[in-house]
Design a protein around this ligand. Structure first.
Ligand code: HEC
Ligand code: HEC
Ligand code: HEC
Ligand code: HEC
Length: 118
């Protein structure tokens, strides 16, 4: 059902862009990609009129419920970004809301071959 809505939304955007003779722009950042799936500002921000930084507990309420469960989803990767010696750090250290994602690990390691964050 969610996927159908995403497909419809993307189809609409692509059609609108083609009508304007442009290549459809990819959804840029995390918040935009969530909005494109039908979520609202309020899904992340309790008070959308005065948005505050989003805590990991909020993200986890939709993504597995705990860091342990989330880590299971990425367990097949050579390097698990959700199970490291940095512990249970804020999601937004890597998945930033309205800016391109950054890999916090890259401050010290080169995982450009193993990990592709977006
Ligand atoms: C997927 C979750 C998510 C959604 C959906 C989202 N945001 Fe955010 N927003 C964040 C995060 C995380 C931050 C903290 C700064 C960052 O990481 O970019 C933030 C920060 C902000 C800030 C700056 C506030 C500050 O103190 O830095 C504003 C303004 C904002 N969001 C507005 C919006 C609006 C308006 C919408 C709806 C169109 C929206 N956001 C939807 C995650 C989200
Ligand atoms: C209200 C529920 C909800 C909240 C809150 C939420 N998400 Fe999501 N998120 C979703 C849904 C639904 C999807 C799309 C289906 C999927 O991939 O699980 C998604 C997809 C993702 C994806 C993978 C796909 C992509 O486009 O990037 C990441 C990464 C992600 N969310 C991170 C976050 C982070 C970080 C936060 C907190 C700042 C957050 N989410 C808050 C519901 C939520
Ligand atoms: C150290 C950086 C980092 C942190 C912190 C981080 N992630 Fe991720 N996350 C990643 C990377 C890298 C990927 C992409 C893995 C890959 O290559 O497929 C990812 C992928 C995801 C996905 C998609 C999983 C899938 O099955 O495809 C979700 C959802 C997600 N993260 C949510 C979160 C949430 C929620 C938090 C906080 C509790 C969080 N992440 C914290 C780096 C991080
Ligand atoms: C502040 C610097 C720093 C950051 C940030 C950092 N690391 Fe490390 N990491 C180290 C150091 C120092 C070592 C130990 C020396 C070594 O083995 O290279 C290490 C070792 C490792 C090892 C090998 C450990 C072992 O014993 O197998 C892995 C895997 C690793 N880090 C993954 C990560 C991941 C994933 C992230 C991001 C979520 C990350 N690191 C972030 C500094 C860092």
């Amino acid at each position: 059902m969610k996927r159908t809505i995403v497909m419809l939304a993307l189809g609409f955007l692509a059609a609108a862009a083609m009508a304007a003779g442009e290549t459809p722009a990819p959804a840029q950042n995390l918040a935009d990609r969530h909005i494109a799936r039908g979520l609202k500002c309020e899904s992340c921000h309790a008070d959308a009129a005065h948005p505050a930084p989003v805590k990991k507990e909020k993200c986890l309420s939709c993504h597995g419920g705990s860091y342990e469960k989330l880590a299971e989803q990425t367990d097949s990767l050579e390097i698990n970004p959700h199970d490291s010696h940095l512990g249970k750090i804020e999601c937004t250290k890597c998945h930033r809301g309205h800016k391109p994602a950054v890999l916090e690990c890259a401050r010290c390691h080169d995982f450009s071959r193993e990990l592709h964050i977006r």
